[in-house]
Design a protein around this ligand. Structure first.
Ligand SMILES: CCCCCCCCCCCC(=O)SCCNC(=O)CCNC(=O)[C@H](O)C(C)(C)COP(=O)(O)OP(=O)(O)OC[C@H]1O[C@@H](n2cnc3c(N)ncnc32)[C@H](O)[C@@H]1OP(=O)(O)O
Length: 220
């Protein structure tokens, strides 16, 4: 899996990149939100489209092939900057900033989902709730020293999830060999909205020590 790549950057260089790309990506998120909610029309929108297309063309003057993958600095800390939920460089990601208990027993995140994540009117799209919980359960497995890929995910939608401020939390339920069962929940200001349970499996390619490029600990 070449998508896990070592990268020889110092912590200062990573900090520098983060200070450049973080605010840039946030500006793109704001653009998406504004594009959904603007009441301008006609020539204003055509002019905005031309401006956006010009910026896109400029960015494409130098770009990598394919997706960003996960890079690792020398201390083994991963940077999943393209990730659809937590990616610092992914404007599609809300993004979630995930915190974990010191003993690795739980992870949680407080975040905001706006107009870009709407399903039912004023509410979070069910697929987005599932996306967030998949990531959180995966990170709970990783935080507990049991990284893995999602093999199964069961989602229970208890009540509509309002757009706005939300909290997600996840933890490991039990383990067996390479398998980890995790659970989690998504809550809004009025309480529990969605619950999920999933099975996470450390894949064969990550179990084989010959593959020196894999870093199963990148969740941590
Ligand atoms: C380093 C991590 C990075 C992880 C990087 C994650 C980045 C963050 C992403 C967040 C989460 C995601 O979206 S992850 C993306 C969505 N998930 C995926 O794309 C996964 C696609 N599926 C796979 O890659 C694979 O099928 C795995 C990893 C699930 C299993 O592969 P494997 O490990 O090679 O499988 P194998 O040796 O045959 O099976 C091991 C054991 O698991 C069981 N098993 C296998 N598949 C399943 C299954 N779907 N449901 C139930 N049980 C299963 C087998 O019966 C066997 O049980 P026994 O006989 O031993 O009892």
């Amino acid at each position: 899996m070449s998508r896990f790549a070592p990268e020889h950057l110092t912590p200062e260089q990573i900090e520098e990149q983060s200070a450049v790309y973080g605010p840039f990506t946030q500006a793109v998120r704001d653009l998406v939100d504004a594009a959904i909610r603007t009441e301008l029309g006609g020539d204003d929108i055509r002019a905005a489209q031309a401006a956006v297309e010009a910026v896109t063309a400029r960015l494409r003057e130098r770009e990598i092939e394919g997706a960003l993958g996960v890079t690792f600095s020398e201390d083994g800390v991963g940077r999943p900057w393209g990730n659809a939920v937590i990616g610092l460089r992914n404007a599609v990601a809300p993004p979630l900033v995930v915190e974990k208990a010191e003993d690795g027993s739980r992870v949680w995140s407080q975040f905001h989902l706006g107009a870009a994540y709407e399903g039912p009117p004023g509410c979070v799209h069910g697929g987005v709730a599932s996306l967030v919980l998949d990531q959180m359960l995966g990170q709970a497995a990783g935080a507990g020293g049991r990284p893995g890929m999602t093999a199964t995910l069961q989602v229970h939608y208890r009540k509509p999830t309002p757009l706005g401020p939300l909290r997600a939390e996840a933890w490991i339920e039990r383990t067996e060999g390479h398998k980890t069962w995790a659970r989690g929940e998504l809550t809004g200001p009025e309480g529990l909205c969605v619950e999920a349970e999933g099975l996470f499996i450390l894949p064969r390619w990550a179990r084989e020590p010959a593959d020196a490029e894999t870093r199963p600990g990148f969740f941590e």
